[in-house]
Ligand binder design. Structure first.
Ligand code: MRU
Length: 341
């Protein structure tokens, strides 16, 4: 990989600023939990696993910053840090999963300096585990990819959305020796497919063709797409899957054309406490993202909706690919068996 998505260095977090890609590569530095929460909210860092890793680092940097305080004051500051990070974005469950892990790690420490050290170590291990999980997921997922497959993907579930390698793009990376090629849907409104997925794949010379979101059905009808692989922000206990808005449309199209529709995600994205997709909180973002892009506005005076995610019902999902293995035709029983492995 020729870039790092995030680095925890000398008690500070460096994030590649994904709002600027692919035009500019910059690494703003964060040393407060509220700064990291703003970076998550503002999409400096995005993608479910990367959000989880960044939140863990947000806790670690805050602990380091306040490690000189006496215990009571330190713990109060840490409570504020947990709550500011937990309110940054609601859909990706990896955020809450990572915060829970940091809370557990905190319990193992004594004085503030010791806790800060433990939290820094825990954030580092969440990052390392994410890369390992993605490599395992890539290996399992590659077995589902036929030679020469033409794969459609959506949004960015790549190295940029994780600590490295990626989930859906991790499977694609791990299957590149099979002579695959990729259609990347541009992913309105924030163009993660056009700006991030196309950039990541072309840098590694993995054949990628950019399409507008509305073109996927046409290409499926013409027999030019063999399978779909996407990431996930939260998988409910029954296999319903929340991912970037437009994923559901792609899944319906895939079903209509008999094209396998795979979801790749670490088990930290599976939420056993959310029974079905109906209970997954869907983030609504600012209308400015739909009215235009960056400093161009083309629709000023019209009501706008901007749900950032949608839910693909489990019945449209061919498989869920995780670091623990693959489950075909996911349902509650298979998911709880997978989590128990
Ligand atoms: O709003 P974003 O860019 O954070 O949405 C990201 C996605 O929907 C990804 O597909 C998902 O988080 C999986 S990332 C491995």
């Amino acid at each position: 990989m020729s870039f790092d998505t995030l680095r925890l260095k000398s008690g500070k977090l460096e994030l590649i600023d994904q709002r600027l890609l692919p035009g500019r590569i910059e690494y703003p530095v964060y040393d407060t939990a509220s700064g990291v929460a703003d970076a998550i909210k503002g999409m400096v860092v995005r993608g479910a696993p990367a959000i989880g890793c960044a939140a863990a680092c947000g806790i670690a940097v805050e602990a380091i910053r306040f490690s000189h305080l006496e215990s009571g004051e330190f713990l109060a500051k840490m409570e504020d840090a947990f709550s500011v990070l937990a309110s940054s974005r609601p859909t990706a469950v990896n955020l809450f999963w990572a915060l829970d892990r940091m809370r557990e790690a905190m319990k193992r420490g004594g004085n503030p300096a010791e806790i800060a050290m433990l939290l820094e170590r825990e954030a580092g291990s969440i990052i390392a585990q994410d890369v390992e999980d993605n490599l395992a997921m890539g290996m399992h997922g590659a077995e589902l990819v036929p030679d020469g497959a033409r794969i459609v993907t959506y949004c960015n579930a790549g190295a940029l959305a994780t600590a490295g390698h990626g989930t859906a793009l991790g499977v694609i990376r791990s299957a590149r020796h099979k002579g695959i090629s990729v259609y990347s849907c541009e992913t309105r409104p924030l163009l993660q497919g056009a700006r991030l997925t196309a950039w990541e794949l072309s840098m590694e010379n993995i054949p990628v063709t950019l399409i507008c979101d509305s073109m996927a059905g046409y290409l499926m009808q013409k027999g030019e797409i063999d399978l779909a692989i996407v990431g996930a922000d939260r998988v409910a206990a029954n296999g319903d899957t929340a991912n970037k808005i437009g994923t559901y449309t792609l899944a319906v199209l895939a079903k209509r054309h008999g094209i396998p529709f795979h979801v790749a995600c670490p088990t930290s994205t599976i939420d056993p406490n959310t029974p079905t997709g109906n209970e997954i909180p869907i983030e609504e973002r600012d209308s400015s993202e739909v009215r235009g892009y960056r400093d161009v506005e083309w629709a000023a005076d019209v009501p706008v909706r901007n749900p950032a995610f949608d839910v693909t019902p489990a019945e449209l999902v061919t498989s869920i690919i995780t670091e623990k293995g693959v489950i075909m035709a996911p349902d509650s029983a298979k998911i709880s068996a997978l989590l128990a492995r």
